[in-house]
Design a protein around this ligand. Structure first.
Ligand code: C2E
Ligand code: CA
Ligand code: CA
Length: 706
């Protein structure tokens, strides 16, 4: 799988989480409260200002009366004559709450209680005076006639006016006189002067107040509505965003983004120690083939079906999503591995039959997310979960099934991770290893078993990495082959072997053909034969000194292209051999069609005892078959004298094996070749040959290697 970039995921999460609903609601509330308070303060200030401006003159008059009383002497009654002239009702209380004067009459300290105060021409209002609490200010009588301290609560007052005076739209009255009492502390607070005053409120005043209140309410309402609209649109936006980000365009179900976000949350939560989770990678094998044979639309319809079945097969707190291409990601709960395996198998069984006339194949890789338990055996929260890594591991497990044509399940284990790391290292170094000439060429001679004479040699690669050490081809060649980078190696080998052959030739060695392995992956190139020809010619090496070895597996590929390339190679003067004959199943069939020069019997023939066994019959028949097809035979992996004798007797042409020689560096191999007369002691020539070779690694390394 290609890794989903974490940055992309975080970005999506940010967008989806942006304007989180709770933040939006809190913001709405704060703005509503602030705007409400602001409007209340503002309108109250305006109201008070209007009210005070209306009542200001009356207050001044009462204040003047209070001042006059303040400055009069205790025993001067003429002050009451002066106060009575004003014509308004007034009374004075002492600091015990007793009324001492009422409208100029000395009441001699009447106790607090209910006073009947004439306030309008239409009736009387009973006033209860609770003198203990009174402070200087404006008093208004409420519905029960109680004097209520009222410092500018204009709205309450306006409503009371409305209620008390029947001043209504449509009534004939256009104004009403409102009773108001003004209280002023006098004589250093020992007495309080109360005077009645009136406030004439007109219909237009009330209307103004009401309109003002309504406008204020409307404004607040508008702000709240706007905030609500914003909140809901944010919610809808969020929902739509989540839908876009979390929906797969092909399956119309959930996508990888959804899986990785929600799956990680699910895995990080604490859960029962008895329940484990597994991350799965399920792949629809040969999906591309299906699309090619049918159509992409039909292929996608199959993916849709797979997604539907997967979603039908999962339970609560389990997940399934389309990853990409033919891959699906699953998160399954389980208690026991066998039970999990059986369940996956059931899902596969269902999936295999989604095509009417097709039985499909599915590969599943499983990564078990281990529970971490505390001392008491309870599962602890796993903060270290990285679902991309877990899914990657499931993919690694699944990739081990790549060669299987049947549906299969593979569980991940740590060794796989090591393998995966090694694959990454090889891929990472593939170019620098060529550029820095870290690949060494080893030569393994092929001998004639009858004469013990050198008749050929095979060039074999080794990787001498300064960083990683000495590596045999089995550790890196299959990786490069699988990932499509073997062409570079093949080209490197052909060039270097041709160069070495030319140098040896020039140095007077009696060169024998050197075979180079050319990977099957290389045979898809139309001009492979031309590439080889040009590379060899460029080095000035005679073409008959180079032989191309094809592994048997190459013969499974495009037969026609293969035959064409072989024919061209032969036409250009190269020899072509079939490597590893007998290690597969269709060798005979391949021989029928391929015009090859040499047959290399696979080393497997010579493992164990061949004498007297069926193996002996097979080997001798293979040799005679090759002879009748005009092919030479090479026996590989021969380690014992008896094997050599047997092969010599059966007419095998060459033997390549440890019995004669292990693969060795060019310098050592050169010593095995004969030299033409006159060349033996030419030191300069030998040095020239050495120059073409790699730095010789430690002898120990070679021994370990083989
Ligand atoms: P191969 O082409 O079948 O090479 C023969 C392998 O058998 C060599 O292993 C050789 O060292 C080993 N061998 C030879 N005689 C004996 C014997 O008597 N006993 C035992 N046990 N082994 C013997 P090596 O060099 O490790 O190569 C392994 C494979 O790697 C080769 O198998 C070939 O498929 C691949 N390979 C090696 N070099 C190249 C190369 O330059 N290009 C490509 N494409 N593949 C290469
Ligand atoms: Ca070979
Ligand atoms: Ca071989």
């Amino acid at each position: 799988m290609s890794k989903t970039p974490k940055r992309k995921k975080n970005k999506v999460l940010k967008i989806v989480k942006k304007n989180h609903i709770w933040v939006t609601i809190a913001l709405c509330l704060i703005i509503a409260i602030v705007s409400d308070t602001f409007i209340a303060i503002f309108s109250s200030t305006i109201g008070t200002f209007v009210f005070n401006s209306k009542i200001g003159d009356e207050y001044d008059a009462v204040s003047y009366m209070a001042q006059m009383y303040e400055f009069s002497s205790e025993d001067d009654d003429s002050i009451f004559d002066f106060l009575n002239k004003d014509g308004r009702s007034y009374f004075i209380t002492d600091n015990h709450g007793k009324v001492i004067y009422q409208n100029g009459e000395n009441t001699m300290g009447t106790t607090s209680g209910t006073f009947v105060l004439p306030i309008t021409s239409e009736g009387e209002v009973k006033v209860k005076v609770y003198l203990d609490n009174i402070t200087e200010g404006l008093f208004v009588p409420d519905e029960d006639g109680e004097l209520v301290f009222s410092t500018g609560s204009i709205f309450t007052y306006a409503f009371r006016v409305w209620e008390q005076t029947n001043l209504q739209v449509g009534s004939k009255k256009t104004s009403v006189d409102l009773p108001l009492w003004i209280a002023i502390d006098v004589k250093d607070g020992r007495q309080t002067f109360y005077a009645k005053t009136g406030y004439r409120m007109s219909f237009s005043d009330v209307a103004f107040l009401l309109i003002f209140i309504l406008l204020a309410l409307l404004l607040v309402g508008c702000i709240i509505v706007l905030l609500l609209v914003n909140m809901f649109s944010t919610l809808i936006y969020q929902r739509n965003m989540s839908k876009v980000f979390f929906t797969d365009p092909i399956t119309r179900g959930h996508n990888w983004m959804w899986f990785s976000v929600r799956g990680e949350q699910l895995l990080k939560k604490r859960r029962s120690a008895a329940v484990s989770y597994a991350v799965l990678d399920l792949v629809f094998v040969k999906y591309r083939n299906y699309c090619v044979c049918h159509s992409v639309v039909e292929g996608e319809e199959m993916l849709y079906k797979v997604d539907r079945i997967l979603n039908e097969s999962i339970g609560k707190k389990e997940m399934a999503a389309h990853y990409a291409s033919a891959n699906f990601a699953l998160l399954l709960k389980f208690k026991d591995r066998e039970e999990l395996k059986a369940r996956i198998q059931q899902i596969i069984n269902k999936l295999e039959t989604i095509g009417k006339d097709h039985k499909f194949t599915f590969h599943v890789g499983v990564y078990v997310v281990e529970n971490i338990k505390d001392a008491k055996g309870r599962a602890v929260k796993r903060k270290d979960i990285d679902i991309e890594r877990e899914y990657n591991n499931a993919c690694t497990a699944r990739s081990t099934l790549e060669d299987s044509d049947e549906s299969a399940i593979a569980f991940f284990d740590e060794n796989l991770l090591e393998e995966q790391k090694w694959i990454d290292i090889v891929m990472e170094h593939r170019r620098s290893a060529i550029e820095n000439e870290e690949y060494l060429i080893y030569y393994q001679p092929k001998y004639d078993p009858k004469t013990n004479k050198l008749r050929g040699v095979e060039a074999l690669i080794r990787w001498n990495s300064p960083e990683l050490g000495f590596k045999s081809p089995g550790t890196f060649i299959p990786i490069l082959e699988k990932n499509g980078f073997i062409q570079d190696i093949d080209h490197y080998m052909i060039t270097h072997v041709a160069r070495a052959q030319k140098a040896w030739l020039d140095a007077g060695y009696e060169c024998v053909p050197a075979s180079v392995n050319v990977s099957r992956a290389h045979f898809i190139e139309d001009d492979l034969a031309e590439q080889i020809r040009d590379a060899v010619d460029a080095e000035g090496c005679p073409r008959n000194l180079l032989e191309i070895e094809l592994t048997e597996s190459a013969f499974f590929d495009d037969k026609k292209a293969l035959i064409d390339t072989i024919l061209k190679l032969k036409e250009y003067g190269f020899m072509v051999s079939m490597d590893d004959f007998g290690s597969g199943y269709s060798s005979l069939n391949s021989l029928k069609d391929m015009p090859l020069d040499i047959l290399k019997l696979d080393a497997e023939f010579f493992r164990g005892d061949i004498n007297g066994g069926r193996g002996e019959i097979v080997i001798s028949k293979a040799i005679s078959l090759a002879k009748s097809l005009n092919m030479l035979t090479v026996a590989e992996g021969v380690e014992f004298k008896e094997q050599v004798d047997f092969l010599a007797e059966k007419g095998c042409d060459m033997i390549q094996g440890y019995f004669f020689a292990k693969p060795m560096l060019g310098e050592e191999y050169a010593d095995k070749m004969n030299r033409k007369e006159g060349f033996e002691d030419s030191k300069e020539e030998k040095a020239k040959v050495e120059e073409t070779e790699e730095e010789k690694p430690e002898e120990q390394a070679i021994l370990t290697e083989n």
